[in-house]
Design a protein around this ligand. Structure first.
Ligand code: ADE
Length: 232
């Protein structure tokens, strides 16, 4: 039986999902509200973790310890790192990696956390397939590949180029590698689904406020479709 933890960084990324919960029960922990209930027939716990890696990771641990989730999905928005990914398109992660973990001076590849056996944390294939199927069902354009994260809003072409050159990635945001890292350490399968809100370059500060809400809502709607598939 799946019990799915659903994490979004901001209210707008999870509001639509919380509205659809039946029999919601809210628990407060570490400054977040954990909304437990049934979403389209699936047992879920929804949380707005807040922005950035630490907020994201600690919510994973709470979902694991207090709620016993069996799977985790991260929904939200991201900046595009791929010329073929436009605002409104979706990305389903094959893996997530930090772009700001830099211990290269001691021989670690960029992104790798010393002591971890992987440079990028692999997403669960079956769960990611369910995310991709939900994208296909709703006829949105999507790509699958690496997502990179760091505690930085990328809105500068030079920063974007540096990340691309050293880390690659289809899109950049601020939580998923931390969610992936914490899930990996707990042995919890995870998937990441992100909608593009900007191009992570000099146009980002203009585009982001314009497209943030729509991209976040679209991504949440696809996450709900994914829950429906998983409930069957
Ligand atoms: N989330 C949405 N757009 C982003 C960007 N350009 N950088 C980091 N996180 C983001």
């Amino acid at each position: 039986m799946i019990k799915l933890g659903i994490i979004g960084a901001m209210d707008i990324e999870v509001a639509l999902l919380k509205e659809q919960l039946t029999d919601p029960k809210v628990t407060h922990k570490a400054g977040s509200e954990f909304w437990e209930g049934t979403l389209r027939g699936l047992s879920v716990v929804i949380v707005r973790c807040g922005v950035g890696k630490v907020n994201a990771a600690l919510c994973v641990q709470i979902l694991a310890d207090l709620f016993g989730v069996t799977h985790i999905v991260n929904t939200g928005i991201a900046g595009s790192m791929d010329a073929d990914l436009d605002i409104g398109d979706l990305v389903v992660a094959t893996e997530a990696m930090y772009h700001d973990m830099t211990v290269t001076i001691f021989g670690y590849p960029r992104g790798q956390v010393p002591g971890m056996d992987v440079q990028a944390f692999p997403a669960d294939e079956a769960l990611s397939e369910a995310a991709a199927a939900a994208c296909a069902k709703r006829a949105v354009r999507f790509k699958r590949g690496r997502i990179v994260s760091g505690d930085q809003f990328v809105g500068d072409s030079a920063v974007k180029d540096d990340i691309l050159e050293n880390c690659g990635g289809l899109c950049v945001e601020m939580e998923s590698a931390a969610i992936a890292h914490a899930a990996y350490r707990n042995g919890i399968p995870f998937a990441i689904l992100r909608a593009i809100s900007d191009k992570a370059d000099d146009s980002a500060t203009m585009d982001y406020p314009t497209f943030e809400a729509k991209a976040a809502r679209d991504c949440a709607a696809i996450t709900a479709t994914m829950a429906e598939t998983l409930a069957k």
